[in-house]
Design a protein around this ligand. Structure first.
Ligand SMILES: [Zn+2]
Length: 223
């Protein structure tokens, strides 16, 4: 069986969370809990899933404000890129926070999720990859990419991170951190051919587009 991924839109900023579980054992990870923790707990409970892990893509408040509550309720261990571990500990001081490195594997029953370092939107952003899917946080949206003008943002690092994602098999399903696109999910192949940021021919072209020097942002809303 494959890892089961349930996408949930929460809060008022069009945030997406994912529940990822091995349906056999019910071992479950939740990505980026910030809002509506009671609802996330209910969704897991209704499926007889046990939340063992919180996976954090990055530590902007709309991705981590629920980590303390969720970890307190479940005893789950929170994982985050090393460079943002202290920021996570600051918002969830009682949670067990364990840094995760590029390529490190989290097991959920018989299923595996692999961390992929995707800095650029933040200093230590992480994406999480399974067979056939990648959860991209604010690195890649459907039709867009994350901002790079917050502290720790770096458009050249984001370009390199996007190149790694774009190199995945084209059928890989993309689960973004916000519902900013025409559809809630997409695929690597679709983004490669339609996302203006992934269609850039060079790093410099990307940086110019991302900084707004060459074209307006193609998608709506803050990111
Ligand atoms: Zn963000």
């Amino acid at each position: 069986m494959a890892l089961e991924i349930v996408q949930v839109e929460v809060g008022l900023l069009q945030n997406f969370d994912e529940l990822c579980a091995d349906p056999e054992t019910g071992d479950c990870a939740i990505v980026d809990p910030a809002f509506e923790v009671d609802r996330l707990l209910h969704l897991a409970r209704a499926r007889n899933w046990r939340i063992t892990t919180v996976l954090v893509t990055h530590t902007h408040h709309d991705h981590v404000d629920g980590v303390a509550e969720l970890c307190a309720a479940t005893g789950a261990v929170a994982r985050v890129g090393e460079g943002e571990a202290d920021a996570l500990r600051a918002v969830a001081p009682r949670a067990v926070v364990r840094p995760i490195a590029d390529g490190e594997v989290v097991t959920l029953g018989a299923e595996r999720i692999t961390a992929m370092a995707t800095p650029g939107h933040t200093i230590a952003g992480m994406s999480y990859r399974t067979d056939g899917a990648i959860i991209t946080g604010d690195t890649l949206f459907v039709g867009g990419v994350g901002r790079t003008d917050f502290p720790g943002g770096d458009p050249r690092a984001l370009w390199r991170s996007l190149q790694r994602i774009a190199a995945l098999p084209e059928e890989t399903r993309v689960y973004p951190g916000h519902d900013y696109g025409a559809t809630p999910t997409s695929t690597v192949g679709w983004e490669r051919t339609t996302n203006p940021y992934l269609r850039c021919g060079s790093e410099d072209e990307f940086v110019a587009l991302r900084s707004g020097r060459t074209a307006p942002r193609p998608t709506r809303g803050p990111r």
